[in-house]
Design a binder for this molecule. Sequence first.
Ligand SMILES: Cc1cc2nc3c(=O)[nH]c(=O)nc-3n(C[C@H](O)[C@H](O)[C@H](O)COP(=O)(O)O)c2cc1C
Length: 148
Amino acid sequence: MKARIVYASMTGNDEDIAEILEEDLQDAGFDVTTSDISFTDPSDYLTSDLCVLVTYTYGEGVMTDELKDFYDGLAKLDLTNQPFAVMGSGDRVYGTAYCQNVFDFEKLFKQLGAVEVIAPVTVDQSPDQAAIARIDAAAESISRKLHE
Ligand SMILES: Cc1cc2nc3c(=O)[nH]c(=O)nc-3n(C[C@H](O)[C@H](O)[C@H](O)COP(=O)(O)O)c2cc1C
């Protein structure tokens, strides 16, 4: 089963999340491809059995150019029945904009007909042991659902 993880990361926190998830999914038997959002065409999701987006949020939720470009390309796709999951890092000091872009992508995937396999995983800054445990649990849950 093929999984595609696309991540957006400026200071490395979301790249770390993507790497943890990649390892977990590989251990669960997935054939995983992980790529930086700036070097990924959204249509790469079309050939995957699982689409994952891992993103930061900067600027009180306003998307950076690299996020917006990917978002606009993704919005043109038909992802009917495609399993997806979103996760990402943010900072709670931003209040209602906490991990806003994670939820923006969740909403878009749903609009495109994709099926959410786990609730969004949000992480405060860099993943600590507790966050790693939540990512591990999310991967287990994804694997269970997709192998049902
Ligand atoms: C200028 C600036 C704006 C930010 N805006 C938000 C925000 O609106 N919401 C949020 O949850 N986190 C916000 N953050 C926190 C980052 O999302 C957080 O540090 C994240 O871990 C960065 O991920 P990265 O290391 O993958 O780039 C902001 C950080 C900076 C420096």
